[in-house]
Design a protein around this ligand. Structure first.
Ligand code: AMP
Length: 287
Protein backbone atom coordinates (compact mmCIF):
# COMPACT_ATOMS: atom_id res chain seq x y z
CA UNK A 1 0.00 0.00 0.00
CA UNK A 2 1.26 3.46 -0.90
CA UNK A 3 0.63 6.47 1.29
CA UNK A 4 0.29 9.67 -0.72
CA UNK A 5 0.04 13.07 0.94
CA UNK A 6 0.33 15.43 -2.05
CA UNK A 7 -2.87 16.01 -4.05
CA UNK A 8 -0.87 16.49 -7.26
CA UNK A 9 0.83 13.10 -6.80
CA UNK A 10 -2.54 11.41 -6.28
CA UNK A 11 -3.92 13.16 -9.38
CA UNK A 12 -0.99 11.88 -11.42
CA UNK A 13 -1.53 8.30 -10.21
CA UNK A 14 -5.24 8.54 -10.98
CA UNK A 15 -4.51 9.70 -14.55
CA UNK A 16 -2.30 6.63 -15.00
CA UNK A 17 -5.13 4.34 -13.84
CA UNK A 18 -7.53 6.07 -16.20
CA UNK A 19 -5.10 5.72 -19.13
CA UNK A 20 -4.67 2.03 -18.31
CA UNK A 21 -8.47 1.58 -18.21
CA UNK A 22 -8.47 0.38 -14.62
CA UNK A 23 -11.56 0.65 -12.40
CA UNK A 24 -11.02 2.66 -9.22
CA UNK A 25 -12.94 2.29 -5.96
CA UNK A 26 -12.84 5.12 -3.45
CA UNK A 27 -13.66 5.39 0.27
CA UNK A 28 -13.34 8.86 1.83
CA UNK A 29 -13.02 8.96 5.64
CA UNK A 30 -11.91 11.17 8.49
CA UNK A 31 -9.78 8.39 9.96
CA UNK A 32 -9.63 6.73 13.37
CA UNK A 33 -10.81 3.79 11.36
CA UNK A 34 -13.14 1.12 12.72
CA UNK A 35 -15.04 -1.89 11.40
CA UNK A 36 -17.60 0.42 9.72
CA UNK A 37 -14.91 1.99 7.56
CA UNK A 38 -13.40 -1.45 7.05
CA UNK A 39 -16.69 -2.75 5.61
CA UNK A 40 -16.72 0.13 3.10
CA UNK A 41 -13.15 -0.62 2.04
CA UNK A 42 -13.90 -4.32 1.70
CA UNK A 43 -16.86 -3.45 -0.54
CA UNK A 44 -14.69 -1.17 -2.69
CA UNK A 45 -12.09 -3.96 -2.87
CA UNK A 46 -14.75 -6.28 -4.32
CA UNK A 47 -16.01 -3.69 -6.78
CA UNK A 48 -12.83 -2.24 -8.33
CA UNK A 49 -9.32 -3.10 -9.47
CA UNK A 50 -7.66 -0.26 -7.58
CA UNK A 51 -8.82 0.89 -4.14
CA UNK A 52 -8.10 4.36 -2.80
CA UNK A 53 -9.08 5.44 0.71
CA UNK A 54 -8.58 8.90 2.13
CA UNK A 55 -8.07 9.99 5.71
CA UNK A 56 -8.69 13.69 6.03
CA UNK A 57 -10.27 15.50 8.97
CA UNK A 58 -11.85 18.09 6.73
CA UNK A 59 -11.88 21.45 8.54
CA UNK A 60 -14.59 23.00 6.35
CA UNK A 61 -17.24 20.57 7.57
CA UNK A 62 -16.76 21.56 11.22
CA UNK A 63 -18.58 24.62 12.55
CA UNK A 64 -17.23 27.01 15.16
CA UNK A 65 -17.09 25.34 18.58
CA UNK A 66 -17.33 21.82 17.11
CA UNK A 67 -14.77 19.09 17.73
CA UNK A 68 -12.25 19.65 14.89
CA UNK A 69 -9.27 19.73 17.28
CA UNK A 70 -10.62 17.00 19.57
CA UNK A 71 -11.48 14.64 16.68
CA UNK A 72 -9.58 11.39 17.39
CA UNK A 73 -6.58 10.64 15.20
CA UNK A 74 -4.27 7.61 14.87
CA UNK A 75 -2.48 7.66 11.48
CA UNK A 76 -0.39 4.54 12.12
CA UNK A 77 -3.28 2.34 13.16
CA UNK A 78 -5.32 3.70 10.22
CA UNK A 79 -2.57 2.78 7.77
CA UNK A 80 -2.31 -0.73 9.22
CA UNK A 81 -6.08 -1.28 8.96
CA UNK A 82 -6.28 0.07 5.40
CA UNK A 83 -3.38 -2.13 4.34
CA UNK A 84 -4.92 -5.20 5.92
CA UNK A 85 -8.22 -4.65 4.04
CA UNK A 86 -6.39 -4.38 0.72
CA UNK A 87 -6.37 -0.62 0.09
CA UNK A 88 -3.80 0.19 -2.63
CA UNK A 89 -3.39 3.90 -2.01
CA UNK A 90 -4.08 5.77 1.22
CA UNK A 91 -4.40 9.51 0.67
CA UNK A 92 -3.62 11.57 3.78
CA UNK A 93 -3.37 15.22 2.76
CA UNK A 94 -2.71 18.22 5.00
CA UNK A 95 -5.50 20.81 5.16
CA UNK A 96 -3.19 23.44 3.62
CA UNK A 97 -2.68 21.23 0.56
CA UNK A 98 -6.42 20.80 0.07
CA UNK A 99 -7.49 24.43 0.55
CA UNK A 100 -5.71 27.55 -0.68
CA UNK A 101 -6.01 30.43 1.80
CA UNK A 102 -7.91 32.40 -0.85
CA UNK A 103 -10.27 29.51 -1.74
CA UNK A 104 -13.75 30.95 -2.35
CA UNK A 105 -15.75 28.21 -4.09
CA UNK A 106 -18.31 25.94 -2.44
CA UNK A 107 -20.36 23.03 -3.68
CA UNK A 108 -23.69 22.66 -1.89
CA UNK A 109 -27.16 21.16 -2.14
CA UNK A 110 -29.12 23.34 0.31
CA UNK A 111 -32.55 21.84 -0.35
CA UNK A 112 -31.33 18.50 1.06
CA UNK A 113 -29.61 20.14 4.01
CA UNK A 114 -32.60 21.86 5.64
CA UNK A 115 -33.34 19.10 8.15
CA UNK A 116 -31.52 16.64 10.41
CA UNK A 117 -27.79 17.43 10.62
CA UNK A 118 -28.11 20.32 8.17
CA UNK A 119 -30.43 22.15 10.57
CA UNK A 120 -28.09 22.00 13.56
CA UNK A 121 -24.84 22.20 11.55
CA UNK A 122 -25.67 24.83 8.90
CA UNK A 123 -22.27 24.83 7.14
CA UNK A 124 -21.54 21.11 7.56
CA UNK A 125 -22.81 19.74 4.25
CA UNK A 126 -21.30 22.41 2.05
CA UNK A 127 -17.95 21.43 3.61
CA UNK A 128 -18.69 17.76 2.94
CA UNK A 129 -19.87 18.38 -0.63
CA UNK A 130 -16.93 20.60 -1.45
CA UNK A 131 -14.31 18.18 -0.16
CA UNK A 132 -15.95 15.16 -1.79
CA UNK A 133 -16.13 17.04 -5.11
CA UNK A 134 -12.44 17.89 -4.81
CA UNK A 135 -11.59 14.29 -3.91
CA UNK A 136 -13.66 12.94 -6.83
CA UNK A 137 -11.73 15.25 -9.18
CA UNK A 138 -8.41 13.97 -7.83
CA UNK A 139 -9.24 10.25 -7.61
CA UNK A 140 -11.59 10.01 -10.63
CA UNK A 141 -13.24 6.95 -9.07
CA UNK A 142 -15.42 4.48 -10.94
CA UNK A 143 -17.25 3.67 -7.73
CA UNK A 144 -17.31 5.38 -4.32
CA UNK A 145 -18.63 3.79 -1.13
CA UNK A 146 -20.37 5.76 1.65
CA UNK A 147 -21.99 4.50 4.85
CA UNK A 148 -25.73 4.64 5.45
CA UNK A 149 -24.86 5.72 8.99
CA UNK A 150 -24.55 9.21 7.46
CA UNK A 151 -27.77 8.81 5.48
CA UNK A 152 -28.28 12.50 4.76
CA UNK A 153 -24.68 12.80 3.58
CA UNK A 154 -25.20 9.84 1.25
CA UNK A 155 -28.36 11.45 -0.19
CA UNK A 156 -26.53 14.73 -0.75
CA UNK A 157 -23.52 13.06 -2.39
CA UNK A 158 -25.82 11.12 -4.73
CA UNK A 159 -27.50 14.41 -5.71
CA UNK A 160 -24.20 16.25 -6.19
CA UNK A 161 -22.78 13.39 -8.24
CA UNK A 162 -25.81 13.45 -10.55
CA UNK A 163 -26.10 17.25 -10.72
CA UNK A 164 -22.43 17.85 -11.52
CA UNK A 165 -22.12 14.82 -13.76
CA UNK A 166 -19.22 13.13 -12.01
CA UNK A 167 -20.46 9.81 -13.31
CA UNK A 168 -19.32 7.96 -10.19
CA UNK A 169 -21.30 4.92 -9.10
CA UNK A 170 -22.32 5.75 -5.52
CA UNK A 171 -22.74 2.72 -3.26
CA UNK A 172 -24.42 2.96 0.16
CA UNK A 173 -23.17 0.46 2.74
CA UNK A 174 -25.14 -0.80 5.78
CA UNK A 175 -24.49 0.53 9.28
CA UNK A 176 -22.00 -1.56 11.26
CA UNK A 177 -22.89 -1.76 14.96
CA UNK A 178 -21.45 -2.86 18.28
CA UNK A 179 -22.99 -6.08 19.59
CA UNK A 180 -25.45 -4.08 21.73
CA UNK A 181 -26.60 -2.02 18.73
CA UNK A 182 -24.61 1.21 19.13
CA UNK A 183 -23.54 2.37 15.66
CA UNK A 184 -19.75 2.36 15.33
CA UNK A 185 -18.31 5.86 15.24
CA UNK A 186 -14.82 7.29 15.62
CA UNK A 187 -16.35 9.55 18.26
CA UNK A 188 -17.48 6.64 20.51
CA UNK A 189 -13.99 6.55 22.04
CA UNK A 190 -14.66 9.99 23.55
CA UNK A 191 -17.61 8.74 25.62
CA UNK A 192 -17.16 8.06 29.33
CA UNK A 193 -18.13 4.51 30.37
CA UNK A 194 -21.40 5.84 31.82
CA UNK A 195 -22.22 7.73 28.60
CA UNK A 196 -21.30 4.68 26.54
CA UNK A 197 -23.76 2.61 28.57
CA UNK A 198 -26.53 5.15 27.92
CA UNK A 199 -25.68 5.66 24.23
CA UNK A 200 -27.10 2.28 23.27
CA UNK A 201 -30.44 3.97 23.92
CA UNK A 202 -30.16 5.79 20.58
CA UNK A 203 -30.49 2.64 18.47
CA UNK A 204 -32.97 1.07 20.90
CA UNK A 205 -35.25 4.09 20.48
CA UNK A 206 -35.00 3.82 16.69
CA UNK A 207 -35.85 0.12 16.94
CA UNK A 208 -38.90 1.09 19.00
CA UNK A 209 -39.93 3.46 16.18
CA UNK A 210 -39.73 0.60 13.70
CA UNK A 211 -41.68 -1.71 16.03
CA UNK A 212 -44.44 0.89 16.30
CA UNK A 213 -44.69 1.14 12.50
CA UNK A 214 -44.74 -2.63 12.28
CA UNK A 215 -47.61 -2.82 14.73
CA UNK A 216 -49.64 -0.43 12.60
CA UNK A 217 -48.89 3.07 13.89
CA UNK A 218 -48.77 5.52 10.98
CA UNK A 219 -48.66 8.84 12.84
CA UNK A 220 -45.00 9.93 12.78
CA UNK A 221 -45.60 12.55 15.48
CA UNK A 222 -46.90 9.95 17.93
CA UNK A 223 -43.94 7.67 17.24
CA UNK A 224 -41.41 10.48 17.64
CA UNK A 225 -43.05 11.55 20.93
CA UNK A 226 -42.88 7.99 22.24
CA UNK A 227 -39.23 7.58 21.27
CA UNK A 228 -38.39 10.96 22.79
CA UNK A 229 -39.95 9.84 26.06
CA UNK A 230 -37.89 6.64 25.91
CA UNK A 231 -34.75 8.69 25.20
CA UNK A 232 -35.42 10.86 28.26
CA UNK A 233 -35.68 7.75 30.47
CA UNK A 234 -32.86 5.72 28.94
CA UNK A 235 -30.36 8.55 28.33
CA UNK A 236 -30.60 11.03 31.23
CA UNK A 237 -27.26 12.60 30.29
CA UNK A 238 -28.03 12.72 26.56
CA UNK A 239 -29.34 15.89 24.93
CA UNK A 240 -31.43 15.16 21.85
CA UNK A 241 -30.29 17.41 19.02
CA UNK A 242 -32.96 16.02 16.71
CA UNK A 243 -35.24 13.04 16.32
CA UNK A 244 -37.21 13.10 13.09
CA UNK A 245 -39.14 10.97 10.67
CA UNK A 246 -38.23 12.04 7.12
CA UNK A 247 -38.61 10.99 3.53
CA UNK A 248 -35.43 8.94 2.87
CA UNK A 249 -34.70 10.63 -0.48
CA UNK A 250 -35.96 14.19 -0.07
CA UNK A 251 -34.91 14.43 3.62
CA UNK A 252 -38.15 16.31 4.35
CA UNK A 253 -40.38 15.61 7.39
CA UNK A 254 -43.13 13.02 7.01
CA UNK A 255 -46.30 13.31 9.15
CA UNK A 256 -48.39 10.35 7.97
CA UNK A 257 -46.38 7.24 7.16
CA UNK A 258 -47.47 5.70 3.86
CA UNK A 259 -44.20 4.51 2.35
CA UNK A 260 -40.54 4.07 3.27
CA UNK A 261 -39.33 6.53 5.92
CA UNK A 262 -36.16 7.24 7.79
CA UNK A 263 -36.10 7.72 11.55
CA UNK A 264 -32.96 9.70 12.30
CA UNK A 265 -31.51 10.91 15.58
CA UNK A 266 -28.61 12.97 16.87
CA UNK A 267 -27.85 12.91 20.60
CA UNK A 268 -25.16 14.83 22.43
CA UNK A 269 -23.31 13.48 25.43
CA UNK A 270 -21.32 16.45 26.76
CA UNK A 271 -19.13 17.38 23.77
CA UNK A 272 -19.74 14.16 21.84
CA UNK A 273 -22.52 14.22 19.27
CA UNK A 274 -23.65 10.83 17.96
CA UNK A 275 -25.98 10.11 15.05
CA UNK A 276 -27.91 7.05 13.97
CA UNK A 277 -30.88 6.21 11.77
CA UNK A 278 -33.24 3.43 10.80
CA UNK A 279 -34.84 2.94 7.40
CA UNK A 280 -38.37 1.60 7.78
CA UNK A 281 -40.39 0.36 4.84
CA UNK A 282 -44.07 0.49 5.69
CA UNK A 283 -44.98 -1.75 2.76
CA UNK A 284 -42.60 -4.42 4.03
CA UNK A 285 -43.84 -3.80 7.57
CA UNK A 286 -47.51 -4.34 6.70
CA UNK A 287 -46.98 -7.48 4.61
P1 AMP B 1 -16.22 9.29 8.83
O1 AMP B 1 -14.80 8.87 8.95
O2 AMP B 1 -16.99 9.20 10.11
O3 AMP B 1 -16.40 10.60 8.10
O4 AMP B 1 -16.93 8.20 7.91
C1 AMP B 1 -16.39 7.85 6.68
C2 AMP B 1 -17.35 6.93 5.97
O5 AMP B 1 -17.57 5.78 6.79
C3 AMP B 1 -18.72 7.58 5.75
O6 AMP B 1 -19.22 7.17 4.47
C4 AMP B 1 -19.54 7.01 6.87
O7 AMP B 1 -20.92 6.95 6.58
C5 AMP B 1 -18.96 5.62 7.00
N1 AMP B 1 -19.22 5.08 8.33
C6 AMP B 1 -18.94 5.64 9.52
N2 AMP B 1 -19.39 4.85 10.53
C7 AMP B 1 -19.99 3.78 9.95
C8 AMP B 1 -20.66 2.62 10.45
N3 AMP B 1 -20.82 2.41 11.75
N4 AMP B 1 -21.14 1.73 9.55
C9 AMP B 1 -21.00 1.94 8.22
N5 AMP B 1 -20.37 3.00 7.69
C10 AMP B 1 -19.87 3.92 8.54
Amino acid sequence: MDIITEPSALGERAREWTRAGRTVGFVPTMGYLHAGHESLMALARKRAEVVVASVFVNPTQFGPGEDLEAYPRDPERDAALAKRVGVDVLFTPQAEAMYAPEAATWVEAPSLARHLCGASRPTHFRGVCTVVAKLFLLVRPTVAVFGQKDWQQLAIIRRMNADLGFGVEIVGAPIVRESDGLALSSRNVRLTPAERAEAVGISRGLALAEAMVQSGERDAGRIVAEVRARYATDMPSGVVDYLECVDPAAIEPVAAIAGPVLFAAAVKFAAVRLIDNRYVDVQAASR
